[in-house]
Structure formats: C-alpha cells, structure tokens
Design a protein around this ligand. Structure first.
Ligand SMILES: *Cc1c(COP(=O)(O)O)cnc(C)c1O
Length: 457
C-alpha cells in the first residue's frame, strides 16, 4: 500500500511500468537495462530509501517449501499413533538414507544441531580442563556446547578471503590441553579440510565437523560431515534441510554412533530388541520424533534439485556482482568442489560506494526490496563467555592464571574486520528466478550510482 502511495505522489513514474510491460528481454545485459530504464524513467531512478520506487516489489521465494508429500508424511505418522523414537521406523529409515547421502558410515538423528554437537563432544569424552579450538565466526551453539562440557573454547582467527576458520593460524593457539577442533563449514562452503586434518593428525586431536550449514557440500568430491571424528548437522527451520527442529551426527563407525545413541537416550544402550532398560552411562534425552523423521525423508527428496538451483543462481549473480564491484562474494578454497550456499556471503567495500557505511547500504538494499543482513557479531567478545568463566563450576576447574591467559590470547582482528564488512543473503533468496538475481544486481548498481546522495540523506 505504501508503495502504491508513492506511485500516486509521483505520477511521472514509469520505471516499474516499464519493467512490468515485459519488453525487457531476459537476454539483454542488465547494465544496458539499467541505462535504458534510467533514460526512459527520467527522475524515477531515486533510491527507495529516499522515496524512490523499489527495484523489487514482489518477494523472494518463501521457506519452507512443501506440498502434499510432506503433509502426507506427517499425517501418516499422526494416524499411525507411533510418534516417539522407541521402536522407530521413520527415524531409523531417515538415518540410513542420510548416512548414505552424506557419504557417512553411520548416523544418529537428534533433537537439534546443538544437541548433535553436544552428544558428539560427550561421546568423545571432552570434559573439564580440555580445550577445544573453534572459529569465532559462527553461531553461538558451537561455543555453548563446549562450555556445556565445562571445557574451554579457544578461538582461532578468521580467513578474511573465505570467512572460514584460518587454518594457517592454528599452530599459534594449540596447547598441551587441546583435545579437539570444531571447525564449521560456514555458509555452506567448506573449511580447508586437508589443512585441518593434517593439523589434527599432528596434534592427535578429534575433529568435530560442524556441518549444520553444509548439507551436500563437498571437499574434493566427498561430502562434508564424513571427514572427521563426527559430522554434525542441523534441521532447524532456516537450514537447507528442515523439520522445524532436528539434527544428526554422521560417524566414522557404528561403534561411535552407538556411544552417541546411549548418551542421547538417557544412558540406555541399544539392543536388538530395542534398548537395555538399565543405565550404563550418564545421558540425556535428545531423541528425534517420528514426525520429524518422516518429514525429513519427504523434504530430502527436494534437497538435490534445490541445491542445484541455488548454485546456478549464485554463479549467475556472482558474475554480475564482479562486474559491478564493491560487493564481492567470498572466495572458496580450491578443494571445495561443491558449495551448499546456505548463505551467500559477500564482502562490502564502502570505498566503491563513495564511503557509504555498510549499515546504510543494507538499509538501502532492504528498501529496494532485497533483504540482506550483516551476519554474525564477534562471538568471542560476547559477555556470556566472561559470565561463564565467573560461574562456580568454571572457577572450581580453572585457575585465575589460566583464565587470564585465555583472555590475553582472545584476539581475532581479522574476524573483527569480517564482522564489520560482511553482507549476507539467505539460501531461499537463491531459490528464485534469474529475474530475482537481476534485481539484486540492479539494486546494488542503483545504490552505487546514488551512494553520495545516500551519504547525505
Ligand atoms: C544452526 C547451527 C547450529 C545449531 O543448530 P540448531 O539445530 O539450531 O540447534 C550450530 N552450528 C551452526 C554453524 C549452525 O548454523
């Protein structure tokens, strides 16, 4: 409605009409379209942030995507009356399918990505006094699961070219207390798997691959989640494979997955008939429901085609943005042979936009109908860390000297810069048509043309 009002105020406005006539052939270079539009439209090239018409008036594809197959999958379970994990058929079938798809030996489904990571750490017996290396450019769950084991998260700086953990900085953070490394395949691209594997081998560390954003991503043709001691996935609502909430661990052996099973099932060991009712270990309830397992199996049928679509659109968009300059997609490592594009991560260069600050640029993009975000804040500077260390449990385990040393070492200058420069588009944006990608490029060009005016506005 607001947009219609603007049109009424500006009766000379023709740009959207021009776009709406369908006379713009899809094959015409977008920069030519932009020039033609400006010429035909006269004054209407104004950025939407300062009262012009937005480049995009419709929305990007929504998320989740579903049809009758998903509805039936859930309805079947509801009608069958068997909703829980005990005596599971649906979750069990999903685990087998998922292990195969992810090139893993075995799989355990869990209640979330967070609990998948927590179960893996516990199955690997990470505990008080241990140090776990983790990137600062990630979701908070990665750090909380380490704190949940009363272990110390140790941050290694970010590679500004890729936004992944900087493997060249690992030797400077390793100590005799380091037990594991938990790198993240961030945004759906891969971390440097070879570098991290050789580092882990050298120092005898467990590798917990956080694959929560990288369903179907590949390193040298092999799927992420299958390289380490454990690979952890999330099926939370925003993820590329989604059941509202949910998670999974891919393991290198059935034996490891059985350890995980016991921990996620209140310490009860799986048997042929179900599980042993006695309590062999400490544990929790992190089980997945049959409703989730069934929905995931249905959703998984779309995973490949959606992934292909995202890749096509990402490549097309990258080509246009490279020509524009100033909003550059992050690089990937040479071994990353498939990017899952959970996020389309970009680096904003204010100099190419007349010094327009990133936050103003993002506001201007939002106003043009292109929803963008600035991504993560520096996680290693959040106060939950200091507050955890000040708690009774941590105080009982760690000396003042050790915590002071941790604090001294907690500097990640490259990550601070990345957090200030990043611009993200989310995965559903890449499920749109080519036209949607053209509009992202067009909004970027428009803001670049008017950057000095926006700076004053
Ligand atoms: C989403 C996510 C998690 C946590 O998964 P949940 O299912 O939300 O608990 C962990 N790590 C990363 C990198 C994530 O993106």
């Amino acid at each position: 409605m607001e947009r219609d009002e603007k049109k009424a105020i500006c009766p000379g406005f023709t740009r959207r009409h021009f776009l709406g006539t369908g006379t713009v052939a899809g094959s015409v270079a977008p920069s030519i379209i932009a020039t033609a539009e400006v010429a035909r439209a006269g004054v209407s090239d104004k950025p939407a942030l300062v009262g012009g018409a937005p480049v995009k008036s419709n929305t990007f594809p929504g998320w989740p995507v579903f049809d009758a197959s998903d509805e039936n999958a859930v309805a079947d379970v509801v009608r069958g009356g068997h909703w829980g994990r005990g005596g599971s058929k649906k979750v069990l079938a999903f685990e087998q399918q998922f292990a195969q798809l992810m090139n893993g030996k075995a799989c355990l489904a869990t209640s979330s990505g967070t609990t998948a990571l927590f179960v893996a750490l516990n199955a690997l017996e990470i505990g008080p006094g241990d140090e776990v290396i983790v990137p600062p450019y990630t979701f908070v769950a990665c750090v909380n699961v380490i704190l949940g084991c009363h272990a110390l998260p140790v941050f290694v700086d970010t590679d500004p070219r890729t936004f992944q953990l900087d493997a060249t900085k690992l030797e400077s953070v390793v100590t005799e207390r380091t037990r594991a490394i938990m790198p993240v395949h961030l945004g759906g691209a891969t971390f440097d798997v070879d570098a991290i594997q050789s580092f882990a081998r050298k120092h005898n560390l467990a590798v917990i691959e956080d694959s929560c954003q990288s369903h179907l991503a590949e390193w040298k043709g092999k799927r992420t989640g299958s390289f380490g001691s454990a690979g952890c996935f999330s099926f939370q609502a925003s993820k590329n494979l989604n059941s509202g909430e949910g998670g999974a661990i891919i393991g290198p052996s059935q034996e490891f997955i059985e350890k995980c099973y016991t921990f996620h099932n209140n310490g009860r060991v799986r048997t042929q008939a179900g599980y042993d009712f006695s309590y062999a270990h400490r544990g929790f309830n992190f089980r997945m429901t049959e409703l989730q397992g069934s929905l995931l199996a249905a959703q998984m049928a779309r995973l490949e085609s959606q992934s292909v679509k995202r890749t096509e659109n990402a490549h097309y968009l990258t080509g246009m943005l490279k020509e524009i300059g100033g909003l550059m997609p992050v690089e990937t490592y040479e071994g990353c042979t498939r990017n899952a594009y959970h996020l389309y991560m970009l680096r904003y260069d204010a100099q190419k936009f007349s010094g327009l600050p990133r936050d103003k640029f993002m506001k201007a993009m939002d106003a043009e109908g292109i929803p963008v975000s600035g991504g993560y804040y520096p996680l290693n500077k959040e106060r939950f860390l200091k507050n955890s260390f000040a708690s009774r449990g941590f105080q009982a385990i760690y000396s003042k000297e050790r915590l002071a040393k941790w604090e001294d070492a907690n500097h990640t200058p490259a990550n601070d810069r990345v957090c200030a420069q990043a611009v993200w588009l989310t995965q559903n944006t890449l499920l749109g048509a080519r036209r949607d990608m053209d509009q992202i490029a067009e909004a970027t060009r428009k803001i670049q043309r008017h950057a000095s005016d926006l700076l004053k506005a």
